[in-house]
Design a protein around this ligand. Structure first.
Ligand code: T4K
Length: 375
């Protein structure tokens, strides 16, 4: 089929050029471009309000944020995590000298299965790093109970979960940053909320703020005092300014994504063999991704659908295939057969294009292709 222009799996949301220029104009007065300047401080304040958390620390990217919080928690030994994620989750654990132990995921929402976590615990386990995959919140109550029982830290990889909320058993809405000891968010260009590149850690322990600030700034305590062997992971003022602008429009962003998601769900929910991720009534989803699992009875296999879309200039992505445990750098040490649900989902999943301004006509066309009507 002919196509006028390529549709990629996502497209960065941006404020108007004028709004951004107005936001950064003062930087030409101050010449203060980085090292926790005024934009950085303002964005931290805004995010604390939006995410309803007592503490937040900004970083150059989500990955550095995850490495820094793992370091600041002073962990050792084994960390239970999921092989069904982006490379960053496991790489951060390994790069901090810890041993990742993979537990399996649940088929319904692709997040860690609490029973599998429990089975993976050994005397050397010190923490759990679950991922709110695609913005689906993990079974946070079960994970919390396991962590309490075994004295483990919980650091959520919430890279996908900005803006997601759930209603707890008392009927109170809780945002994605509310769970565990800390949560890492990615503000990469491809995310629901972006600062071009960027990330953050939200955390409960007030004492961690200074520690994280030092870790991300070479371990510097004062002009003549360097206490830790830290790195450099500070968000600069231009990125913070992009965040300030984008955060002003976050409700509109989520509303537009919701429309896109609903159009997909309407088109695809009746198609035999296509498993969609539909949020339950006590969850406010953030519409970060549009994952579809192609079961045996689907009109096309995952790979056939991927190829059919590609031949029409549509760039769906196999997030997350292969499993992390199948990467060349890990496969000698792990057997993906030990996480059969993750292995199965990875072989069948496709994330379809999803972004705020994706035209409804394009969604209809994508749905026709993956339903085998227009391959
Ligand atoms: N944990 C999890 C669970 C994660 O998913 C991620 C990142 C992290 C941790 C680490 O967070 P960061 O350190 O990145 O903040 C992309 C992103 O680079 C990555 O941030 C993201 N996860 C991952 C799931 O997706 P790629 O290699 O697939 O991106 P790329 O360059 O192929 O871009 C995808 C599409 O996005 C393009 O086809 C077009 C669009 N795009 C891309 C860029 C770079 C834009 O519209 N604008 C852009 O500037 O990894």
């Amino acid at each position: 089929m002919a196509h006028s222009q390529d549709i990629l799996v996502t497209r960065s949301s941006m404020p108007s050029m004028q709004e951004y220029f107005e936001e950064v104009a003062s930087l030409w007065d101050t010449h203060w471009l980085t090292n926790m300047g005024v934009k950085h401080q303002e964005l931290e304040r805004m995010l604390k309000d939006y995410l309803m958390v007592p503490n937040i620390a900004l970083f150059t990217n989500g990955h550095s944020a995850l490495e820094c919080i793992l370091e600041a928690m002073d962990l050792e030994g084994e960390v239970i995590t999921t092989p069904y994620s982006f490379a960053s989750t496991t790489h951060a654990i390994v790069r901090k000298g810890l041993k990742p132990v993979f537990a399996d995921i649940k088929y319904d929402d692709y997040t860690l299965d609490p029973e599998s976590i429990e089975r993976a615990i050994t005397p050397r386990t010190t923490a759990i790093v679950p991922v709110h995959v695609y913005g689906n919140l993990c079974d946070v109550d079960a994970i919390n109970a396991i962590a309490d029982r075994h004295g483990l830290k919980v650091i959520y990889d919430a890279a996908h979960a900005f803006g997601a909320k759930r209603r707890n058993v008392e009927g109170i809405w809780e945002g994605a940053a509310s769970f565990g000891d800390a949560s890492m968010f990615s503000f990469h260009a491809t995310k629901v909320f972006n600062t071009i590149e960027g990330g953050a850690v939200a955390f409960k322990d007030d004492g961690l703020y200074e520690v994280l600030n030092q870790w991300k700034n070479f371990g510097i305590m004062g002009p003549e005092d360097v206490e830790y062997i830290g790195g450099n992971a500070k968000m600069n003022e231009f990125c913070a300014a992009m965040g300030i602008c984008n955060l002003r429009h976050i409700d509109e962003e989520l509303a537009k994504r919701k429309q896109v998601a609903e159009c997909y769900w309407e088109n695809l929910s009746g198609v035999e063999g296509l498993k969609l991720s539909l949020p339950s009534h006590d969850v406010e989803y953030n519409y970060a991704y549009m994952p579809v699992v192609f079961e045996e009875s689907a009109p096309l296999s995952r790979d056939e659908a991927f190829d059919a879309l590609a031949s029409c200039g549509i760039g769906a992505r196999k997030y997350f295939y292969p499993l992390i445990s199948d990467y060349a750098c890990y496969r000698d040490d792990y057997d993906s057969g030990n996480t059969p649900t993750a292995q199965d989902v990875a072989s069948r999943v496709l994330t379809l294009p999803m972004y705020a301004d994706l035209p409804l006509d394009d969604i209809n066309r994508i749905c026709a292709i993956v339903s085998g009507q227009d391959a």
